[in-house]
Design a protein around this ligand. Structure first.
Ligand SMILES: [Zn+2]
Length: 686
């Protein structure tokens, strides 16, 4: 072992509490050597399985494959978590260098002939091997993983497939870094006489942004961070500035020059089409859907259209109301995309008499965190106990030990709640270690990241609370996982199932009983008045047509792009314009994401031909929560037990359709989702 390896904490055995990474000793420069050493070790482990002298068995091939690559996975998980939550130019440079190398490494493993031959031999005899349901599922999943990565191709096609994977890894990393560059280069300095309409929480965030940019005390800056740009578009009285911010967001990734994503997206689409064709699929969408719950492109379109048509009709009704208000205020009509949020907020405040300053003190982060732990406890019997003094990667990060109803430890939960410049925007769940039955039971280490503006105390809005519960739902999916094999653990389920546990958990954040118990005034400790809570709940259902249109438009766009059969290179700008016209996307609502910055589609391929998955899972979620509503008790014991058994603990160890049917006792119904979005009783013209 060389000197540098000896000193590399990433390659050591970790003698830390819970086996956490020794964050206080890890530096960016440790990663390249650790990646190299870990890839080499993984390759040797795979070679040993592939070239074993014994005939293939489940244990020496399938279970052995599941156990390979532990060191590499450990290094990748630490790297990915730091790159997302506490990045630096040094980590970004390593990311650009290593993402294609890791893609090449993965291709070499999936295309290892000896290994696939053994796997395939077992696959052919899978029903006569005496396997458990989970073992058979593991064998089938691995076989599919290999097929989808080109294991069955001839020599030349294999090489081409691997070369495409490598090129895609570079292009998708560049795509994300370009969006980040456009986002961080925009900063609108707003003068003191241009602040009209902005509530105190926006002003506080805008002065924080100014401070981070080294501007003098008292200055205000609007950035493209959603937590700043979105409320600016909602509250600013300055129509010209709203227009400026709206265009800057719209244009991300579409500026000519070094960070132009338009040529990259065209290349990515072409390479994906080629990949799908090599594997014998008509389109890239068909290739992706072969590994999803949704059976076909047509089935996805049908679901999206069931929401799209009534949402467009309802949006027309809202538009008339907003246009009348604009006229009353002496503002120009027809209204534009930078008017919609502003005008609808005015209507919302008037209709529901919501005063943010009065509402916010009832929703402190601490109280809402206690609420989510309490809900998990009442549903699944789990307890969360905070532990202090453990070195983590940032001083704001907190850690809880998680135990089951018998007091047995089942995992570790880490919460990283605040926005900072080194963290990417949005909210997400990730892991540092997966649950599995290996070594007598390996406990999961699960993280939740949010981007709340830190305050003393930190107060949350209604949307923030839903986000907090959403990510915690993913967190529970990781923590409650109870399977034998890592490939099938926790959130490693099909892409259109993964948002079920998270979206489902959001429901408890809106339960009257939960909020009356936990939403207490941060100074007086008084519970929120029931009447105020009712108004808040009614207001949160307002403007749903806008939200639905903003989401479904890009979901249809994604499907159309990835179901394209023409082999000529796509002109992204022209394609987007043509589709928008064809779908009838209203210009004054627009899309939540435009193609040149649509990270779901182009920063990797998990959500490519897959932006629809949120709505697919929402069907399951809304119908799933209806099972509780039908009992009249949001914590009904029998329903909660079925939910734990068939949804939160099974990971990918059984077919997801079967899992849902067993939980619900029947096929999912679409109506509860439409009902929830306020789209069920809307008459659809035509
Ligand atoms: Zn989610």
């Amino acid at each position: 072992m060389s000197l540098s390896q000896e000193a590399n904490p990433l390659l050591e055995e970790w003698q830390t509490p819970y086996g956490l990474p020794p964050f206080d000793r890890i530096l960016p420069e440790h990663f390249p050597a650790a990646f190299d050493a870990a890839m080499l070790q993984h390759k040797r482990e795979i070679e040993a399985v592939a070239s074993a002298a014994q005939a293939p068995t489940f244990e020496n091939t399938v279970a052995a494959l599941d156990a390979c690559g532990q060191l590499l996975l450990r290094v990748e998980l630490v790297f990915d978590n730091l790159s997302s939550s506490e990045t630096s130019p040094a980590l970004q440079a390593i990311e650009l260098e290593y993402s294609p190398r890791l893609a090449v490494h993965a291709s070499a493993i999936y295309q290892n002939e000896g290994l696939f031959t053994r796997l395939h031999a077992l696959y052919e005899r899978r029903s006569s091997l005496g396997l458990s349901t989970e073992q058979q599922r593991l064998l089938e999943r691995f076989h599919l993983d290999f097929e989808r990565a080109g294991a069955t191709l001839g020599k030349d096609d294999k090489a081409r497939f691997a070369a495409i994977a490598e090129e895609l890894a570079t292009l998708t990393t560049q795509f994300s870094q370009n969006v980040l560059a456009d986002e961080s280069s925009f900063a609108l300095t707003v003068a003191d006489d241009e602040l009209a309409g902005l509530p105190s929480f926006v002003l506080a965030a805008a002065s924080q942004a100014a401070r981070e940019r080294g501007l003098p005390e008292g200055a205000h800056v609007i950035t493209l961070s959603p937590s700043l740009a979105e409320p600016f578009l909602t509250f600013s009285e300055r129509r010209d500035l709203r227009e400026q911010v709206w265009h800057a967001r719209r244009q991300r990734g579409a500026y000519a020059g070094d960070h132009d994503n338009r040529p990259l997206t065209a290349k990515i689409v072409a390479l994906r089409q080629e990949q799908a064709a090599l594997l014998g699929y008509a389109t890239f969408a068909d290739y992706k859907l072969a590994d999803r719950m949704a059976p076909s492109v047509a089935a996805v379109d049908e679901l999206l259209q069931r929401a799209w048509k009534p949402a467009i009709a309802k949006a027309q009704h809202d538009r008339e109301q907003l246009t009348a208000l604009a006229t009353e205020l002496g503002q120009p009509t027809p209204i534009a995309a930078w008017d919609w949020r502003y005008l609808s907020e005015k209507v919302r405040q008037k209709s529901f008499a919501i005063d943010d300053a009065q509402v916010k003190p009832y929703f402190s982060l601490d109280a809402m965190q206690a609420a989510m732990f309490d809900c998990a406890s009442r549903l699944f019997g789990v307890r969360f106990q905070e532990r202090h003094g453990i070195p983590l990667y940032h001083s704001d990060v907190r850690l809880w030990e998680v135990t089951d109803s018998e007091g047995k430890m089942i995992g570790v939960f880490i919460g990283d709640n605040f926005a900072r410049q080194t963290k990417r925007s949005g909210a997400w769940m990730s892991i540092l270690r997966s649950q599995s039955g290996r070594n007598g039971g390996t406990l999961p280490i699960v993280l939740n990241n949010n981007n709340f503006a830190k305050g003393s105390p930190t107060l949350l809005g209604f949307d923030d609370i839903r986000t907090l519960f959403h990510e915690f739902g993913h967190g529970l999916h990781g923590l409650l996982s109870n399977v034998q094999y890592e490939r099938l653990a926790g959130t490693r389920v099909l892409a259109d199932f993964v948002e079920l546990p998270s979206q489902l958990f959001e429901n408890w954040a809106q339960e009257r009983e939960v909020l009356l118990r936990h939403a207490r005034h941060v100074e007086t400790g008084e519970p929120i008045p029931a009447e105020l809570l009712e108004r808040l709940q009614a207001a949160s259902r307002f403007n749903q047509a806008f939200t639905t249109v903003q989401y479904v438009g890009p979901a249809l766009m994604d499907m159309a792009l990835h179901a394209r059969t023409e082999t000529t290179p796509v002109d992204i700008t022209q394609f987007e314009a043509e589709q928008a016209a064809k779908l009838g996307i209203p210009e004054d609502i627009g899309m939540r994401h435009y193609l040149p910055h649509f990270k779901h589609l182009f920063s990797g391929d998990q959500y490519a031909a897959g932006y629809y998955v949120y709505m697919w899972a929402e069907v399951l979620e809304a119908d799933g929560y209806a099972a509780f509503e039908e009992t009249g008790d949001p914590f009904d014991r029998a329903t909660a037990e079925r939910l734990l058994k068939w949804i939160y603990s099974v990971g990918n160890s059984i077919d997801p359709g079967t899992a849902f049917r067993t939980f619900r006792g029947r096929e999912p119904a679409v109506e509860p989702m439409l009902q929830k979005r306020g789209l069920l009783d809307t008459a659809v013209p035509g």
